[in-house]
Design a protein around this ligand. Sequence first.
Ligand code: BES
Ligand code: MN
Ligand code: MN
Length: 459
Amino acid sequence: MPKIANDLDAFLTQHQSRIEGELFDFLRIPSVSAQPVHDADTLAAAEWVKRSLEQAGLAAAVHATAGHPVVVGEWRGAGPHAPTALVYGHYDVQPAEPLDLWTSPPFEPEVRNGRIYARGSVDDKGQLFLHIKALEAHLRTRGKLPCNVVVIAEGEEEVGSTNLESFIEHNTKLLAADAVVISDSSMFAEGMPSILSSLRGLSYFQLDVQGPSGDLHSGIYGGAVVNPAAALAGIIASMHDANGRVAIEGFYDDVSPFSDEVLAGMRKLPHTDDAFRREIGVKSLGGENGFTTLEKLWTRPTCEVNGMLSGYTGDGAKTVLPAKAMAKVSCRLVPNQDPARIAELFEAHVAKHTPAGVTVKTTYIHGGRPWRADLAGPIFDAAKRAVSAAFGREPVIVGEGGSIPVVGDFERILKAPVLLVGFGLPGENAHAPDEWMSVENFRLGARAMAALWDEYAGS
Ligand code: BES
Ligand code: MN
Ligand code: MN
């Protein structure tokens, strides 16, 4: 079993309470990228990350974009012949609402039972910060890193990373790397460190249905007028067939199957549908017939309703025929589906299933490409050794149903392999009330990522 170098381990142990205090400062900044009232906080978080990178010993700058800024830190002291790694993370967080469901306030971090509770603790501030501390361990103990490292932290991941692709395209020299490393995902289970082999992509839509020019009395008019809420329900219902397949014409055309080897690996993971049902609190599961649960989650595309709004939803009863209805609907994509192509197919499907008597406007909000790794090369071998050194156990290879839109862009624009090694855990409530990160995983993750640079440069 590989071992983490003593000096790095000792540094992280000696500085543990200072490091955790700094993480708490980071978590106190409500950098909610989706909410304009938090724009100043989001900027403050960017500046906080810049100072943190500088304190670790990197040269850092905040770069303005059309949206929230990008922070880049650099340490190039290993010279032009040493490899360069690019570390990516995001300093923005999801909205904290509904606030009344939090046990302690979302931006007042608190440790309970070995868990750091705060919005952004695991997604992704804690995981970004453990990388910064891993770099600091090298630079403060040895005055150097064994390879060049560039860190890029964005503030728009939770709103679709709309400005990051062009930032990368305009800064290929600054960001050029032999490998990209990202910790913004979870382990399969506690004590089972994990490397991701795939991510799903995304196409996100809003549907706005307009019926009559104003709300109507449902007795005086109802029965002779197409109801926008019912029309929307019908459009949404038309998106799946009786076997749970997405019924949008052409939806599966570009799906390329996962290899037998990857599918066999998934079957070896310790998953049971019983435990999964208990975790989420349902009596039975759904989805596309003919696939296992992990296949459905990691290897199959979906179409999900994220929200619906129409008519009267207050106390008691109000007899009204609503003039409008709205839904948010998003498709998760797998290789080689293209978000823009899916948007065309989706719009055509909606148009085809819109009854006369209402009009529907489909807005494509954002999208991201799916991604699949080939998991071969020095960064993956180094990660396996580094993670084994910190966790005392070889990482497992897992798929992922979530999306990180920029991953495909990094690979395509920088032509570098992307290593996704995350330290979250199932049930950590990312995007939900009571988000937490395990203190133990924060500590072990920092050690694993410190060991990564020794292993990568030595390989
Ligand atoms: N870190 C998550 C994605 C993720 C979750 C990866 C769990 C692996 C395991 C990321 O911050 C996220 O929430 N992504 C969004 C993307 C969207 C806003 C474009 C998602 O998947 O919904
Ligand atoms: Mn994230
Ligand atoms: Mn997220």
